[in-house]
Design a protein around this ligand. Structure first.
Ligand code: DNO
Length: 389
């Protein structure tokens, strides 16, 4: 597989020169400065591409070409936004960039409740706590009907938390869930969001009446429009699974399990309609067995995210070291090396360790922690290839 790394562009404190030194071969990036829904021009694409190449690297994957919200809830302006998406795809194709990630998660992309969960060895990792998340839903967002979405048992814990949670903890929860985690991947929450909770409620309201079937219909509509354009330029579009892989906040999520993935891949039958196999997102749902998913979807997988999670009986999960947890990364590498060699792969997320904490990296995207994970993965890869029959 090709070792790639997610780079956030010129503003990223991690430079392309640093990446060359640690064995990165390909870059995963996006035009982060272009607002969602606007066209990625050939000039802007070429500028990034030339810069990457001037550093002896290659722009391997676009992550992500974001799908604007009105396309997901089928709102006004959808046609124009899809037309723009096609132009951006064509421009990427002409520039020779052929793997493009997107996701179809309504309003909120990936979710964590703690970005600095301390481990016994002094490093820290990302964590998802169901009780805190339900507290956010029921008593910060005050979403109508929220309480009824959780079990009595969970609500008991939420109500106990309500007695003890401090104003600082409430603020931290809002900043973590809405601002920090979303800020760098989701245009809805970029910059200084002054009223994050109000903004969040407004975005949620747009999905009134959008259930699982409707969201699927909207994804199919989008794919029927854009996949032929991707096909024309030899681009492989690959949907990223939902993280965590189940419905949240009363919103449907449609890329969370085996049946969902098969549905998306069958929605439009084309080699350009593919999958981003994110072992981290998939493994954070106890219903998913990453190894059997890999065996089934390896040929339609065009990009691999290597990350692992430890999921507890109550559904809470933490991002595990890359050599532990239910991502089973050694086995996963073995499967993909056999069934889909040459796949671009990025080490996804890493712990905060040593001097990472002082560096203000995007959550999950530390340097030392990710480099350490890349070294672990490189070792696994070398062994898998050495022992390959
Ligand atoms: C967070 C990631 C997301 C994901 C994109 C894909 O680190 O899981 O940024 O890669 O949402 O579109």
């Amino acid at each position: 597989m090709e070792k790639t790394w997610r780079w956030f562009g010129e503003k990223d404190p991690i430079t392309l020169d640093m990446l060359r030194q640690i064995g990165v071969e390909g870059i995963v990036t996006a035009l982060h400065q272009v607002p969602n829904g606007e066209i990625w021009t050939s000039e802007a694409i070429m500028q990034v591409k030339s810069n990457i190449e001037a550093h002896g690297l290659k722009w391997s994957v676009v992550e992500s070409l974001p799908v604007p919200e009105p396309v997901k809830y089928a709102g006004p302006g959808r046609e124009q936004l899809i037309a723009n998406y096609k132009v951006s795809l064509a421009n990427l194709g002409k520039a020779g960039i052929k793997t493009v990630v997107y996701n179809f998660m309504p309003v909120i992309d990936w979710i964590r409740t703690d970005l600095n969960y301390k481990l016994a060895d002094g490093t820290s990792t990302l964590y998802f706590d169901k009780v805190r998340f339900a507290y956010f839903d029921c008593y910060i967002l005050n979403r109508e009907g929220a309480i009824g979405d959780y079990s009595e048992e969970l609500m008991k814990q939420v109500n106990a938390l309500r007695e003890t949670i401090t104003p600082d903890e409430i603020e931290a929860l809002v900043t973590t869930i809405i601002v920090k985690t979303q800020g760098f991947v989701n245009e809805n929450f970029k910059g200084n969001v002054s009223r994050p909770v109000e903004l969040f409620r407004e975005l949620l309201a747009r999905y009134k009446g959008v259930d699982k079937n409707q969201l699927r219909a909207n994804l199919k509509y989008f794919l029927e429009e854009v996949v032929p354009v991707a096909g024309q330029y030899g681009i492989k579009l690959c949907v990223h699974p939902d993280d965590p892989p189940y419905p949240v906040l009363g919103l449907p999520r449609i890329v969370g399990n085996e049946e969902d993935i098969a549905w998306v891949l069958n929605a439009v039958d084309s080699p350009s309609n593919g999958f981003t196999f994110c072992a981290g997102s998939l493994s954070s749902g106890l219903h998913n067995d990453v190894l059997s998913l890999a065996l089934r979807f390896a040929d339609k997988t065009h990009f691999l995210h290597l990350r692992s999670t430890e999921v507890y009986a109550d559904g809470n999960f933490l991002e595990a070291p890359h050599d532990q947890g239910r991502g089973y990364l050694v086995e996963l590498i073995r499967i993909f090396e056999k069934l889909h060699p040459g796949l671009p792969m990025r080490v996804d997320h890493g712990k905060l360790m040593l001097d990472d904490a002082q560096k203000n990296y995007n959550p999950g995207y530390s340097f030392t922690g990710r480099m350490y994970a890349l070294a672990q993965i490189s070792g696994m890869l070398a062994v898998v290839n050495y022992t390959k029959k």
